[in-house]
Structure formats: C-alpha cells, structure tokens
Design a protein around this ligand. Structure first.
Ligand code: BGC
Length: 713
C-alpha cells in the first residue's frame, strides 16, 4: 500500500475508532509515564506488571484494538540508561558520526537495525530522529544529532526514521525546535528571527517530515522567542500542523509540560508525566486538562483531534498489526555498527604518517583508556552494548541529568585491536596520566598514537573547546618528544587542538560505538580507507563562533537563560562564509588515502538547479569520496548553501558521473507577514554553483541565470 493510501485509511480508522471511545479512554491516551529506574525503583501503578521498563508507557484500549504505547530511546540503538538490568542492544556510533558518513544508505541500515531491535523487545515507539542543528560546538548533545546543515541532517534522519517505521515501529523526530544548547534547557529562551528559523532548523524538520512521515514529533524543552516549544502556537499549530499539514501527534519532551493549555497551542501528549510532577508539581494533561474540558476551556473537537492524531500514527505505521517479530541477527547488527564507525571516522591530517608504515616496529599507544574501550555520549540515548560496558565511571553534575552523567566505555579496545592488526609491531601502552611519564615512552618508540577523549552529553554544555584531564598537556609533551605523533580524538564536538602543528596525524573518531576500537585500528593501519567528512565546522577558537560567550553557562540549575541565535540561518559553515572567517577545519572536509578529481561540471536551471559532473579516483587505493554541491551566490548576493552531496566508492582509475538536483528551498529565502508563515522566493539573476571537497574548497564553479519565482509554504 502506498503511503498516501495508508495515510487516508489510517485517518478514516482513527476517526471511527475515536468516535467509539469514552472520555476516560480518550484522556488515558494523552499521557505517558516513565518506567522505573534503579535509582527510583518504584513502578508507576499505571504500568502493568511485566511491562518492560522504558522511557514512556501509555495504556491501550484493548476493546477497540488500540495497543499500549511502549516508548524507548533513541537514535543510537535501544537505549537503556538503567531501565532493564541485563538488557543489552547493538550500540551504534554517535549521530554526528553517522552525519560524517554523508551516507543515506547507511542511515537506513542503522534505522532498520534500531527498528528490529525495538520491535524484538516490544517497543512500538522509538524516540529517535534527533535533528537539532549543531549551532554551538559546546552543545553537550551535538553527538546525538547529525550536523550543522539542514539538508544533510534531514536526508540522513529521514532515512533512519523511514527504516524504523518500515519495521512497524513509530519513530519520533525531535526536538522541535532549537534545543541547540543544554544550558538550563528547561528555562532557556532561544531567540531567532522567524524567517531565518524557517531557512535553517525548521527547514531540516520540514524536509525530513516530508520524506519520512514520522508518526510523532517531540517538542523541545526550551522556549522559542518567549514561548515554550511544547506550548508554541506559532510553531505547532501554525507551521507544523497548518502550513505543513502534519497529520501525526506532537508529544512533549520529558518534564516539559508545565500547563494544560499547551493542548490549545497544539501539544497532543504529555510525556514522562512524573517528571512534570517533579518539575512543575502537576501532571498537566491529567486532572488539570480534564478540569479544563469540564469547564469548556478545552473544546471537545480539540480533545478528539489529539486522540485521532495518536491513533492515526498507530494505524499508519501498523503497531496495531504486529505479528511475530522478525528474528534479530546480532552478528549482522554488529556489522552495521562497525560499518557506521568506519564510515564516520574523519581523517583530518595525515602528513606522511598515515596509514601506519609497516616498518613501524615500536608503537606507543597513550591515553584515552584505549586499553579498555571507546567512550560514548551520555544521557537518555545511552545504549548498553552486548556484554555490557567495559567500564562506567560516574562523573555526576548538577541538575536532573547529573546522576545520568557517566563516562561509558564500550568494550572495543583500540589497543587490543591495533595489536591484532599489527602483529609485527611491538605496542606499549601508557595511560596518559602524566605528561612526563608519557614522554618517556614516546621517546623510545617509532610512532606514537595518543587517544584523547571527552565526556559530553545530555544536560550539560561544554565550557570551552579544550580536552579535559590535562590531555592537551600530554599531547604537547609527547609531540615534542617524538614528532611522529598521531592524535585520535574521540569526542562529540570540535576541539581546539593547540598542538595541531606539532603532530603529524589527526583523526576524529567521535564516539564510535560498540565496534569503534576495531574501526579505528582498521583506519590507522590502512585496512580501511577513511571517507568521513566533517558534518560540523571545526573553529580555530570560540572567538570565531557566533557566541564567544554562552549566556547562562555555569549558572545554577533553574536559572533562566536567553540565548540569541543571531546567526539566524547562517549556521556553521554559512556563518564562516558570511563573516569571511577561516575555520580550523571546514564543514565537509576529510582526507583519504587516495585522491579524487572533479571534471565536466554542467549546471541546468529551471524550477530548480540540477548539476552533473564526473568524479575520478586518481590515486592508487580504492576509496570513497563525497563530492558536495554548493550554492555560493544568488542573484548578486553572496550566499553559501549545501545543495546536495553523494558518497561514491571508486576503484583506482574509476570515474562516475553524478547528478544532483537541489531542493528549491535551498535556493530561496523565506518571507511572510509574520515571518513564520509565508512563502519561499528565488531571486532573479545569476546563481553561482560550485562543486567542492568542503565548504571552503571548491574545485569547479558555473554561473547560471535563474528566473525569479515564489512558491510553497
Ligand atoms: C530527552 C529526550 C528523550 C526523553 C526520554 C529527555 O530527557 O531530551 O530526547 O527522548 O528524555 O528519555
């Protein structure tokens, strides 16, 4: 059945089913409650015994064939931050690593894996689809998201949502919108020009929703221009439901429903209601919403709409029609995690040292707990890998997420994997605790590999771009003792790299998931040719970013903060171009062990722009390239926009002709009477289209005349 037919029959069924419900049944669908955690082991009495503990539970209505909703986090696997002791799942690399792959097919594989594992555990709603744009390299949660670019983020997230829902599991897309910093997120007001919002974060949501039709949208914690995301009439009723005609339901984030009247602003379901009790001392969609209904403040039609939207997504995705769950092949899923880690690794600097020479006989491996494993991001997305973590170090911190902040180590040790792949070399390990000690080992080795890690996660922004625990000092010491030094970063965000000119190799491996150690060893040894590209600009320092000082950073939990996103739609590489700044490493940048050339760029313009070109592997190794098509000027105005990309694998000497058609919204500017509702317009005149290796390295460019046009909403 095609999606439109499925949608219209789901609408009809939702309407019929809702008509048969009692008000009690209707209200029962509007709240989800959180499962018990070891820290808070009391099962909420609304969750029947035997139900697997998870982020959210909403009872069903068996007499009408409405299943209960069992919700689990998130995009990187079936998360289990303590809910179900002993329950492990395939742990993918960070979302930002998936972003670095620039590979939609890989995102789809990852989504399918997540969907299958969710379903095998009985979860029918996956709280996946994190797509907030990386506006700030201090955002603790960037690791969970995809990138700073709306198109890249939307395309990859849509593939993963589509695959999850293809397994019969509803996926969310989240956090709508502008939860781009974690600093005091419950009290954070994100200020943005409404039209610029449409051209950036909202465009990412819009494209992803069109492509994948996620069953639910999760509203963010923060306010946007003064109104909470979950109670933001302009964004939910105006943009999402009216302009985009979104038919699914909008759930709140956990503990983000302070008032029943969010229902009038478009919110359909309160999530994790006990957290609201803790935060705001009430479950707003419980008694307060019923009271409003009885007093006539919540219209009957709106109550029906809230319920129908939930039912509609249940029926459209088919969670009411589950047969036997397909068998889960954990070995194959490990391969997915491994491949995602391989494709996500970005080679930043290779200066003749990478891949490792076979003649390197003595190799020092230093720091990063590389003898144990690889780090993971922290918070609600944390997945316990098969066999459990190699180690968990509680870090803690203030606020509700303080107790969930841990250094999680996935059990894939880069040291062990390197030893396996380099049997002819002698590898010695130093923990990197003391610069002097590390230096002693570095001095007597041919090559030094330093692993540098940082704990990043939900609920916390980073204070700056430095590495913690004195790791920058260790790298400086080692690099001055031995010039043949390689640094492998395992972080969720850019780092400052004050030692950059003194080391020969730099690799960004992000949080590479349960098979990360193997993927890193394969890239360093040359078994795998790196193909990742940066999905986020690496600034030279914070002074280059739109907000050198982050408002509210460091204030106690509960302090209201206002963050002006004055860069508007000029996020990341767009900002660097408009300010004429040279970053440390540009968006889209990444090296390979082979080389590629571009030729024969042809560009046609009509309703939109279509470009075709040839890419050739001119080196001597097989490898994958990611040619990127950019708009660099529109109708006399300088403007940088990623229009398209494609990852292509090529044998030495092989060529491929690729064609990319731009989404016309990427050529256009948004305008309207109130800024947020309106239309797109493409300027008249010459548009410049460039084919690049990154957002600041263009190989070819063509000017094409484009006719003015206005369209869509
Ligand atoms: C996060 C969401 C998550 C939810 C449920 C919240 O703290 O922001 O992304 O889905 O918890 O665990």
């Amino acid at each position: 059945m095609d999606a439109v037919v499925a949608g219209s029959s789901a609408d009809a069924r939702a309407r019929q089913t809702e008509q048969q419900m009692t008000d009690d049944e209707r209200f029962s669908l509007l709240i989800s409650v959180m499962g018990a955690l070891p820290l808070n082991p009391v099962r909420d009495e609304r969750i029947p015994e035997g139900t697997p503990m998870s982020a959210g539970y909403t009872p069903g209505v068996p007499r009408l064939g409405i299943p209960a909703l069992l919700m689990s986090d998130a995009s990187l696997g079936i998360a289990n931050p303590g809910y179900r002791p002993g329950d492990t799942a395939t742990a993918l690399p960070a979302g930002i690593a998936l972003g670095a792959s620039f590979n939609p097919a890989l995102a789809w594989e990852a989504g399918r894996m997540v969907g299958r594992e969710a379903r095998s555990r009985g979860f029918n709603v996956q709280l996946a689809g994190g797509i907030n744009l990386a506006r700030d390299p201090r955002n603790g949660r960037n690791f969970e998201y995809i990138s700073e670019d709306p198109l890249l983020s939307a395309v990859l997230v849509a593939e993963s949502i589509d695959a999850i829902q293809g397994e019969g599991v509803i996926s969310t897309i989240k956090h709508y919108s502008l939860n781009c910093n974690e600093t005091n997120r419950h009290w954070l007001d994100a200020i943005i020009d409404p039209a610029a919002h449409r051209e950036s974060d909202l465009l990412a949501f819009q494209i992803a929703i069109e492509r994948a039709q996620p069953g639910a949208v999760m509203a963010a914690y923060n306010k946007i221009n003064g109104d909470y995301a979950g109670g933001n009439d302009a964004l939910i009723n105006g943009v999402l439901k009216r302009a985009w005609r979104y038919p699914g339901w909008v759930m709140s984030d956990w503990g983000a429903t302070p008032s029943w009247d969010f229902a009038l602003k478009g919110l359909d379901q309160e999530s994790g209601a006990q957290v609201d009790m803790m935060m705001w001392h009430k479950e707003s969609f419980g008694e307060p919403l019923r009271g409003a209904y009885l007093e006539g403040k919540l219209p009957r039609e709106r109550l029906s709409d809230m319920v129908r939207r939930i039912l509609r997504s249940m029926f459209a995705v088919g969670i009411d029609r589950w047969g036997h769950a397909p068998a889960v092949d954990m070995e194959q899923h490990r391969e997915v995690a491994l491949e995602a880690a391989r494709q996500g690794i970005v080679l930043l600097k290779k200066d003749g040292i990478l891949p490792l020479a076979e003649t390197a006989a003595r190799i020092a491996v230093i720091g990063g707990l590389a003898q144990l494993g690889v780090p993971a991001g922290t918070g609600s997305s944390a997945v316990v890998p098969p066999g459990g973590y190699a180690a968990v170090v509680p870090i803690c911190g203030p606020g509700v997420m303080g107790s969930a902040r841990n250094l999680y180590l996935m059990p894939s040790s880069p040291l062990v994997e390197l030893k396996e792949l380099l049997p002819g070399a002698r590898l010695e390990f130093d923990p990197g605790m003391c610069p002097g000690e590390s230096e002693l080992l570095a001095r007597r080795c041919d090559v030094v590999i330093v692993f540098a890690i940082r704990v990043e996660g939900e609920g916390f922004d980073l204070p700056d771009l430095s590495l913690p625990w004195g790791q920058d000092a260790v790298i400086e010491a080692v690099a001055s003792a031995n010039p043949h030094t390689i640094v492998v970063l395992e972080t969720g965000n850019p780092v400052a790299m004050p030692w950059r000119d003194r080391v020969k190799g730099i690799v960004e491996a992000w949080y590479p998931g349960q098979a990360g150690g193997q993927a890193i060893a394969e890239v360093l040894s040359g078994r795998v040719n790196p193909s990742g590209r940066l999905p986020i600009t690496f600034p030279a320092d914070l002074a280059q970013t739109p907000r050198p000082e982050l408002p509210g950073l460091g204030t106690p939990w509960g302090t209201p903060a206002t963050i002006p996103y004055d860069e508007g739609a000029e996020v990341g590489y767009r900002w660097f171009a408009s300010e004429r700044l040279t970053p440390r490493y540009a968006f889209g940048y990444g090296l390979s062990y082979t080389s590629f050339s571009y030729s024969d760029l042809e560009v046609r313009a009509g309703e939109t722009i279509t470009a075709s070109f040839k890419v050739t592997n001119t080196g001597s190794h097989p490898g994958a390239d990611v040619p990127q098509l950019y708009l660099t000027g529109a109708g006399g105005e300088q403007r940088l926009r990623l229009l398209g990309f494609e990852r292509v694998e090529l044998q030495p000497g092989e060529s491929h002709r690729l064609t990319i058609t731009a989404d016309p919204r990427l050529l256009a500017r948004f305008s309207g009477p109130d800024g947020i509702l309106g239309s797109w317009s493409i300027a008249d005149g010459i548009h410049r289209v460039a084919l690049g290796r990154s957002a600041s390295d263009f190989a070819l460019a063509v000017d094409v005349p484009v006719k003015a046009r206005r369209f869509g909403s």
